[in-house]
Design a binder for this molecule. Sequence first.
Ligand SMILES: Nc1nc2c(ncn2[C@@H]2O[C@H](COP(=O)(O)OP(=O)(O)OP(=O)(O)O)[C@@H](O)[C@H]2O)c(=O)[nH]1
Ligand SMILES: [Mg+2]
Length: 291
Amino acid sequence: MPKSAFVAIAGRPSAGKSTLVNALCGEKVSIVTPVPQTTRNAVRGIVNRSEGQLVLMDTPGFHISDKRLNKRLRDVAVDAFSDADIVIYLIDASRAVGPEEEALAGALAAAATRLVVVINKVDLPGAKVAAARLFVAGRFPAAPILEISALKLQGLDALLAALYERAVEGPAWYPEEYYTDQEPAFRIGEIIREKIMLHTRDEMPHAVYVSYEDSRRASDGSLHASYDLVVERDSQKGILIGKGGSMIKRIREEAEADLAQIFDYPVILKLSVRVDPDWKKDEKRLKDLIF
Ligand SMILES: Nc1nc2c(ncn2[C@@H]2O[C@H](COP(=O)(O)OP(=O)(O)OP(=O)(O)O)[C@@H](O)[C@H]2O)c(=O)[nH]1
Ligand SMILES: [Mg+2]
């Protein structure tokens, strides 16, 4: 009888959670940038093997802040840890353990019996693996500790073996050919957001949301999709458009190139920029965007 499990991935911003989901699924499921708090949703990636099905739940990086957006991101992450059968606690060995790690470990106390601790970025020369081990051994003495590099695909077979060992017999939740359950409109919006974050990371990585407007299939099979890039201020609108439209063109072209790898039909984007100074203050909007 095959096994199945929901596996949430917990970690500080930029710990490598989305990189790990993509590495385990072998596909670009979740966007990755060097900017902390890139992921805003509990994005699901699905691993299908002869042992059974793992549904991986990527989560927003756990960050302590009173801002509405951060609170919403934290709620989404904590909900995912609470619901999961197994929780991967991903620790970034390239950074020192600090108050944020302490707070996350505190939030994971309720999941202590379901934890698999994974120390990431061991490929980096300055990786503080011993310090990370000491930290978790003090807090979660019964949890297994594995070492990986999600980027260099090291240690992933041992991690999968540990996850399948903990999964229980049960039905697959998704058809075997699925590696994610995201709707195309959401996925396309995320790829656009990734390009925005990569190219405007110093100016406004968190000021933007990407709003799906509409789409249609052309007779040649291509998908024509319109998105609004919503920013908080006029000055940000200028940055996003760039000189003579150069920035928005670059974002569109790079997103279309990625989408050509993901979908088996061409995706043609129409991007517009608009300003909404209050989008982050609107509780309902945040709930619609961050889930
Ligand atoms: N050297 C190295 N870099 C890594 C590794 N895993 C992830 N990274 C890098 O760390 C950065 C953040 O990776 P993400 O996967 O976006 O991290 P995340 O935890 O999803 O971040 P948030 O969504 O912001 O919480 C990116 O620049 C990755 O390339 C690793 O194993 N080794
Ligand atoms: Mg992420």
